[in-house]
Structure formats: C-alpha cells, structure tokens
Ligand binder design. Structure first.
Ligand SMILES: [Mn+2]
Length: 201
C-alpha cells in the first residue's frame, strides 16, 4: 500500500482549510479522513483541525460514529465537510460515510466507482448519515478529495509513476484556483496485505 497527499491553500492564504488524516488501525485496517473547513483561511483551518483532533481520540470507531462525534466537536466552529473511509485490507472491503462536498473515486482495473457524500455541514447538526460499502479488488487506486478538485478527474493515467508525482499532477490538472485543494491517493497492489506483514494468521 502506498499513499500520497497533495494540498494547496486558497490563493493568498498560508494555510490550507482542507486537512487529511490516515490512521493505521492494525490487522490491515486503515482509516482515511478528509475535511474541508467551510470557506477558507484561519476559521476553515480551525474547523478542519477540530475534525482531525476529534477523530484522533478514537480512530477505530465506525465512520458513522466518528461523524456524530465530529458533529459535536465542531459546534462553535464554522463547520466542515468531512468524508471518512475505512479500508479493511484483509477482508477486501471499503466502508464510507461522509457529509458535504468531499468525495472519493475508486478504480480497480476497469471498474470505476464514485463515492459521494450526503449534503450537509458537520458541526451544524447531521442529516441522516448513509454508509456505503464496496468490495475491493486485489489492486487499485483510491482518490479522496475535496470540492477543490474537479470530480471528473481521471485516474486511468495514474499507473506507474510515483504516487506523490501523480498526486501533484492531478492537483495541477484538476485543482480549482478559487478554493482550498486537498487530495489523497492510496494505491494497493496484488499480494497485499501480506507484503506489509499483515497476512492472516
Ligand atoms: Mn472546498
């Protein structure tokens, strides 16, 4: 498994109001989080940081429960869009729950799946949360991104180049210049997760 992160702040800002996190939970389970603080600048950064700090207290909870905890933790902030993806690499499964304009794209061979979030704002009272589940193939790539990225991004060219270079290239090509931009790429290979020493007992 490889990951790469590419963030770009709103023009003129020093900090990016999009924040990403990755937690390795053991036994081949990984949690990815992407938060987009509303607007941009310091208040957006504060909201996105609050989401990451909240998740960090209990990253092993389900995406649904984490959204509820973050909704409480972000009261008093401007609020954020937040997408949570939990991968179980031993079981070959993905679980997602998200609120607001943060989404994901999974590509396994010719199969391409978009994972959308429910409209709303974390910190302003959650709408009904939907959890999506997806079976993962043995090799593929996942992009997790804010609305600072054009959702029509194409991962088919993301094949052999180093993942960090691909992330930078996707931001350059699909990033909007009137918003914070946040993109995480995660790629897994045949033989995973045994090549990480995560093989089933
Ligand atoms: Mn945004």
């Amino acid at each position: 498994m490889e990951t790469a992160l590419a963030m770009r702040p709103y023009p003129g800002q020093r900090q990016c109001g999009d924040q990403a996190g990755l937690w390795c939970l053991g036994e081949g389970r990984v949690l990815l989080a992407l938060a987009d603080g509303l607007g941009h600048g310091a208040a957006a950064v504060e909201a996105a940081d609050a989401a990451m700090a909240c998740i960090d207290t209990a990253p092993g909870l389900s995406p649904h429960l984490l959204l509820q905890r973050c909704d409480d933790a972000l009261r008093g902030t401007r609020g954020a869009a937040l997408s949570l993806i939990r991968l179980d690499l031993l079981a070959g499964q993905l679980e997602h729950a998200g609120i607001g304009n943060v989404s994901a794209l999974v590509q396994c061979g010719a199969v391409k799946r978009r994972i959308a979030s429910v409209p709303g704002i974390v910190g302003a009272g959650l709408p009904p949360v939907r959890t999506d589940a997806l079976a993962l193939d043995k090799a593929g790539v996942l992009a997790h991104f804010s609305d600072g990225i054009d959702p029509r991004l194409d991962l088919t060219t993301a094949s052999d180049a180093p993942l960090a270079a691909q992330a930078d290239g996707l931001v350059a090509r699909y990033g909007r210049d009137d918003d914070d931009v946040g993109l995480v790429l995660l790629r897994w290979h045949p033989g995973w997760p045994a090549d990480l020493g995560w093989g089933a007992p």
